[in-house]
Design a protein around this ligand. Structure first.
Ligand code: ZN
Length: 254
């Protein structure tokens, strides 16, 4: 028995995932129980079967997040039902965008409070962490959207340089400090979620399709990995490690 980090009640706690377990299960299934997990930590937890779960939440709070937004968002992006795909973007219609907002907040908040290795390099500002917590707890969609802006890209690999590697990993939240805001990013199933705190000012919004709670559609522009310089550096280091390991194994078997 311990104190649930969301409702504060003393209850048995579950092994909670900061990033929904469904994403880990999907890549572990494809890769013999291991997945490539990248994190802001200096030494990314590479090729790991550790999904960074930790005793954070009670069953009720866990279920609330799961049924309140996670299932919905996972299915929306995974199956893309009714989405219109073009070479530039994917347009999803009839979307409950409030659930997308809640999903992003739930991931960032749980990553921020998690002691797991995978999230060690990620920490939200203390005040924001408590605002996010109260919002998740309240179960209403009432949150000041000046606190953040959300936009989502579908990543693609223009020349297949990454050799399909890019579709088989999860990138845990990482923060890049910009001049006027912090940009928190995470990647699941090839979608790059961007959350700036505070919200983007007008000049930073050009060509960005911001997601607002009261919208009923999302446009996710397709974006080449190679335009996301910080992510590419991350990936390049991982691909390099992967190759060196393979070469080493090949040498050993000869
Ligand atoms: Zn609870």
């Amino acid at each position: 028995m311990n104190k649930c980090r969301l409702c504060g009640l003393i209850k048995p706690l579950l092994d909670s995932h900061s990033i929904p377990n469904s994403y880990f299960k999907a890549i572990f299934r494809k890769n013999n129980g291991k997945g490539v997990l990248l994190s802001a930590h200096d030494d990314p937890n590479h090729k790991s079967s550790n999904s960074g779960d930790w005793k954070l939440l009670c069953k009720e709070c866990e279920q609330e997040i799961n049924t309140g937004c996670e299932k919905y968002v996972i299915n929306k992006f995974r199956y893309k039902r009714g989405a219109i795909e073009s070479s530039h973007s994917i347009r999803f219609s009839n979307v409950d965008c409030a659930k997308i907002v809640r999903f992003c907040v739930a991931i960032l908040w749980r990553a921020s409070i998690s002691p797991a290795d995978l999230f060690r390099g990620f920490k939200l500002d203390g005040q924001l962490e408590s605002i996010f917590k109260n919002y998740l707890k309240s179960n209403s969609n009432n949150i000041d959207e000046k606190l953040f802006s959300i936009y989502i890209y579908k990543l693609f690999d223009p020349k297949d340089v990454l050799n399909k590697f890019d579709s088989s990993f999860i990138m845990a939240p990482v923060t890049h400090n910009r001049k006027d805001f912090d940009l928190h990013q995470f990647v699941v199933e090839g979608f790059l979620f961007n959350i700036s705190t505070p919200s983007l000012r007008h000049k930073d919004r050009n060509n960005i399709n911001l997601i607002k709670s009261n919208h009923d559609f999302i446009i996710s522009p397709r974006r080449s990995w190679f335009e996301e310089k910080e992510l590419v550096k991350f990936l390049a280091a991982s691909v390099h490690r992967e190759q060196s390991k393979r070469e080493l194994e090949a040498l050993k078997s000869n």
